[in-house]
Design a protein around this ligand. Sequence first.
Ligand SMILES: Cc1ncc(COP(=O)(O)O)c(C=O)c1O
Length: 490
Amino acid sequence: MRMASHVQERGFGDSLDPQDWRPVREQAHRMLDDILDYVQHIRERPVWQPIPDDVRAGFRSSAPIGPTDLTAVHDEFMRCILPYATGNTHPGFMGWVHGGGNVAGILAEMLAAGLNANLGGRDHMPIEVERQVVEWMRQIFRFPETASGVFVTGTSMANLLGLLIARTALLGVGARRFGVAAEPRRLVAYASRAAHGCIARAMDLSGLGTEQLRLIPTDRNHRIDLDELERSIADDRKADCLPFAVVGTAGTVDTGAIDDLTGIARIARREKLWFHVDGAFGALAVLAPNLAPRLAGIEDADSIAFDFHKWAQVPYDAGFILVRDGSAHRDAFASPAAYLRRETRGLAAGGVWPCDLGPDLSRGFRALKTWFTLKVYGISAIGAVVSRSCALARYLEAKVAESRKLELLAPVALNVVCFRYRDEEADRLNATIVADLHEAGIVAPSTTAIDGRLAIRAAIVNHRTDERDIDALVQAVIARGDALQRRSAA
Ligand SMILES: Cc1ncc(COP(=O)(O)O)c(C=O)c1O
């Protein structure tokens, strides 16, 4: 069924819409069924499989100047794209920190594409949807009514926004005009050594420089050492630097550790520093009543960055930042322009538009899939997913402890378990085990380094993961480790 070709046949060339909608509707239903089948039967597929050389090579083509039948393009998607995706929809996916997506979110994405809304600004209901999600988050994190928030791609971007807001809050809006170079003292921020690399990147991208990020040592539980933090701030003041922000992590990428947020809040208040929380996945532990107390102090943050696409299972991408002081948020980004003039009525009505709250002008409707997900399942169901992921992590921890062949490399704080197969050459062996597991398509953990030692890292995020997947992980690691040891002995 051809879509674009109809246009040429008609000779108008003025619209891409089909002339005959019936076959397009039929094809649309087939496409919807195919993707729902994919999700429904995801467990029967390999988690991941390497892209065969012929598929990769055959996929490359010259730019499609002429039309291709929609059915043929969808067939190509089914053959070449769908089977070779990352695999994070699969319950056996435990690598990095990936959410599993959800059916309501898939459907919402389709509706959002149909509306084709631009969420940069103007007066329309999609913006109200985003405002509604901001308001829910404000209530959940117990921020004041003056708070504001905005969707971004992910927490890397949200952390960058957090540091830019902190910078402008300290130096004033003049810093946006004259740049940080106008401030003779070096602006310094603080985070723990376990902080995600995107904090350093945010320092780089904001022109403050990675050298001005002090990476504070951590304690045995991988949490920031508060005495070291205070010492470092004092040293910087003595050296005539200008401390401006401290980043606490709620759920570190390597081990899921949660910094002492109350302690950081106290130091930040005393030192007049902006307190930003990187809660990429961990912040939404606030939705699980049994875990929320561990985030005590997060309500005192000046800004919180987190992702709905991780533990809230919203399809990618759906990053978010919540800012306590909405006017500080606007001060960092709002840039009046004649062509974006606000009116008191009509489509251009409204005071604050999302484009005043971040660097993007044109923005998609990330809020819709988030709104659908939160409404369809309910916030307590998302909290139950979070809680269950952590229970599964404890189940895995126990399995590791039971086996003489395995060792745990870090305490299990939330949903991340770092362990490995014991061996004299454990780094090499465990890296091989992980690559073999990926290629076998059974489970997909990732790796990291804990105290310089390579760890198999299982981050349990997906709502579909259950005990079977944890058992499969443990069995596969042991079986592969045994086989590799036998092979090297022979
Ligand atoms: C603690 C932490 N911060 C930041 C990020 C980056 O988030 P994103 O990938 O959404 O940019 C991650 C990603 O896993 C993370 O775990």
